[in-house]
Design a binder for this molecule. Structure first.
Ligand code: 8YV
Length: 321
C-alpha cells in the first residue's frame, strides 16, 4: 500500500498527479485554511505532509501524530517549523532553497524601485483623476543608481540582490551573522561588511533578507529606524516580525525615513491597518517568489523531498538530519 500524505494547501495539479504516483494523496484544492486542530485531524494516520510557511509544525501538533514521518515545506524560510520538535518526534523536515533566489531578488529590486521612485503612489494619484498638469516637483524621490545599498541578511538571496546593483553603479554594504569570504564579497558587487548600526547610518536604501527567528525579531525597531537617513528607504522581503510594524508606521508618518516597501507583515495576512493611511509605503501580499516558473519549481522541489524522504532516502533539502 502507498503511504498516505496530506497536501495542506492548494497546489499545481500536475504536482498532485506526480505525488499520487507515490502516495495516497489527500489534497485541499479548495485551499481551506485549517485551524491547528483541523490540521491535526487531517494529518492523523498520514506519513507525510506537503505544507507551506503558514502551517505551524510544533510539539503540540506532532505529539498527536505518531505516524507522521516527514513534513516537506514549500518555502525557503522555515521559522514555522520547530526543528527540535520534529527531530524529537522522528519527523524529517525539508524546505525549498535555491530555486527562488533569483525570482525573489528580482522582486526585491521591483520593491526597491517602486518605493524609491514612488510608483504606486503616483499611480493611485493618476487613477484618482488628479493629473491635470506637469510640475517640476511632482513625486520627487531618491535616486537608486549611484546610491549606497545596505543589505541585512547576506545569504543566497541577499547576494543575488547585490549582483543586480552592479548595473546601477551602486555601492553595497551588508550585515550578516557571519562575514562572507573575500570571493563571495567580490561576486556580490564588492560588498563591504558593516555593523548593523553603521549600515543603517550609511545606506540610502536598506533591504532586509534575513531569516526570521527569536534572535532576528524586531531587527528593525524604533532605535534602528532613528539611525536611518531621513531620505532612506526600507524594503522587507524576508518575514513579518523582523520589522516592528508599529515603530515603522510612526517613522513613515513622521517622515523620519522617506518610504518603505513591504512584502511581509507581522500577523499576515492580517496587517496593521494604519499602513493603508500612509502614502509613502508600497504594500504587496507576500509575492516575492511568485513567478510562474519559480512557484512550480518550489512545489516540485517540495515533492522531490517528500518522495525521497518517505522512501527511506535522504531528502535533498533535509533540515534536521
Ligand atoms: C513563499 C517564502 O511563497 O519561501 C519562503 O520562505 O516566504 C515564500 O517564497 C511562502 O512562504 C509560501 O510558503
Amino acid at each position: 500500500m502507498k503511504p498516505a500524505i496530506l497536501v495542506v494547501r492548494a497546489i499545481f495539479p500536475e504536482v498532485l498527479e506526480r505525488l499520487s504516483v507515490h502516495f495516497e494523496v489527500e489534497s485541499n484544492q479548495d485551499d481551506v485554511i485549517f485551524s491547528p486542530s483541523e490540521l491535526a485531524a487531517r494529518l492523523k494516520g498520514k506519513a507525510g505532509a506537503l505544507a507551506t510557511a503558514s502551517a505551524r509544525i510544533n510539539t503540540e501538533l506532532l505529539q498527536q501524530l505518531p505516524d507522521l514521518k516527514m513534513v516537506a515545506s514549500m518555502a525557503v524560510g522555515y521559522d514555522n517549523i520547530d526543528l527540535a520538535a520534529c527531530t524529537a518526534h522522528g519527523v524529517k523536515a525539508s524546505n525549498t532553497p535555491e530555486v527562488l533566489n533569483e525570482t525573489t531578488a528580482d522582486f526585491g529590486w521591483a520593491l526597491l524601485m517602486a518605493t524609491a521612485r514612488r510608483v504606486t503612489e503616483a499611480e493611485h494619484w493618476l487613477r484618482g483623476g488628479q493629473w491635470n498638469k506637469w510640475r517640476y516637483d511632482y513625486f520627487l524621490g531618491p535616486d537608486v543608481h549611484g546610491s549606497t545599498l545596505g543589505i541585512i541578511g547576506m545569504g543566497r538571496i541577499g547576494q543575488a540582490i547585490a549582483r543586480r546593483s552592479l548595473g546601477f553603479n551602486m555601492k553595497v554594504i551588508y550585515h550578516n551573522r557571519s562575514r562572507l569570504s573575500t570571493e563571495q564579497e567580490l561576486h556580490a558587487n564588492h560588498a563591504q561588511y558593516a555593523s548593523k548600526e553603521e549600515l543603517l547610518g550609511k545606506a540610502d536604501h536598506v533591504i532586509l533578507v534575513l531569516p526570521y527567528s527569536a534572535a532576528s525579531h524586531h531587527t528593525i525597531g524604533e532605535a534602528e529606524l532613528k539611525l536611518m537617513k531621513p531620505t532612506a528607504t526600507l524594503v522587507n522581503l524576508a518575514r513579518g516580525g523582523i520589522v516592528d510594524d508599529v515603530a515603522l508606521i510612526a517613522a513613515l508618518r513622521e517622515k523620519r525615513i522617506a518610504a518603505a516597501g513591504l512584502d511581509v507583515f507581522e500577523n499576515e495576512p492580517k496587517f496593521h491597518s494604519d499602513f493603508l493611511t500612509l502614502k509613502n509605503v508600497v504594500l504587496t501580499p507576500h509575492i516575492a517568489s511568485a513567478s510562474e516558473a519559480t512557484r512550480r519549481a518550489m512545489a516540485n522541489r517540495a515533492a522531490d523531498n517528500l518522495i525521497a524522504g518517505l522512501s527511506g532516502q535522504n531528502p535533498p533539502d533535509w533540515l534536521n538530519p
